[in-house]
Design a protein. Structure first.
Length: 291
């Protein structure tokens, strides 16, 4: 009998600054994972490939032994806190991870964060578009350093620390952000973007919400921390992941989501995820068939 393969962890790209460390990570776990991690820094983790549907986590220092919750595409973990991760199947996964120094975050806030139950629960699924864009920019810079690389990395990590701090402090206030859209309008937009057809124009979304395009764009950024165009683009990629994951071909996915061509879809998908639709499906196949 062959011995079980050890868990595989590889840094695909890395960048550092005084604010912390960024890494594009690849994980390969041939045995269904069930382990506890503890980090000294704030960990901001954006999934590049889908997390397994069975993946669950528990804050060991705060929750009962039986309480496990699902993770979203983007999550935050506090420093010096044990996080118990488990799944029912083997795992091949890639993520953009930034470990922020606590002093950097606390400096933005004027002191340590109080990790209430509301903040712990919300930390496992972060809908912040700006944080996602910053992590992707860090990924691009780590893979393809350009002139002024060190300054760019420090700038992006500094922005991430500030955005992280603002997002955490706002979690205790469930109401709409000042000048933002009401929850029912945000829900209308999300429902429309989940439909399998070409994305709506700004005019169509403004009409759906009963407001002008200018009001919509300004208020949407206040609510979600990104432009509505960025949000639509990311929603399209998320829908593409879902369709590819259920077995649709790249061409079929392209048509269902209203792309001008399969080539255009491939370019958009690769720009957002770092891999082609075919490579994405290969990742999923390896996860599902790994022994």
């Amino acid at each position: 009998m062959k011995p079980a393969r050890q868990n595989y962890r590889q840094v695909q790209a890395e960048a550092k600054s005084r604010f912390g460390k960024f890494q594009h990570m690849r994980f390969e776990m041939p045995i269904a994972p069930d382990h506890i991690n503890r980090w000294q820094c704030y960990r901001v983790d954006l999934s590049v490939t889908p997390r397994p549907l069975s993946a669950r986590v528990r804050y060991c220092d705060y929750w009962e032994p039986h309480r496990f919750e699902r993770m979203g595409e983007l999550y935050i973990a506090p420093p010096n806190t044990s996080l118990h991760f488990k799944a029912m199947e083997p795992l091949i996964h890639e993520a953009l991870v930034c470990e922020l120094n606590p002093d950097s975050v606390h400096g933005c806030l004027g002191g340590p964060i109080e990790w209430t139950q509301a903040r712990l629960e919300a930390s496992l699924d972060i809908p912040n578009g700006t944080m996602r864009q910053l992590l992707r920019r860090l990924g691009q810079e780590a893979h393809r350093p350009g002139p002024g690389h060190a300054y760019m990395v420090e700038f992006l990590m500094g922005q991430l620390a500030i955005e992280f701090s603002r997002h955490i402090t706002n979690i205790e206030n469930p109401g709409p952000a000042p000048g933002g859209l009401s929850p029912w309008r945000l829900q209308l937009i999300d429902d429309r973007l989940r439909e399998l057809r070409a994305p709506p124009s700004l005019e169509a979304l403004a009409s759906l919400c009963g407001m002008s395009v200018r009001q919509l764009t300004r208020s949407f950024r206040a609510s979600r921390g990104c432009t509505i165009g960025e949000y639509i683009a990311q929603s399209r990629v998320d829908r593409a992941k879902f369709l590819l994951g259920r077995g649709e071909s790249s061409g079929s996915t392209s048509r269902l989501l209203g792309f001008a061509s399969q080539a255009s879809f491939t370019t958009t998908f690769r720009r957002a995820t770092g891999i082609t639709p075919r490579q994405f499906q290969q990742h999923l196949h390896r996860i599902r068939t790994a022994k």
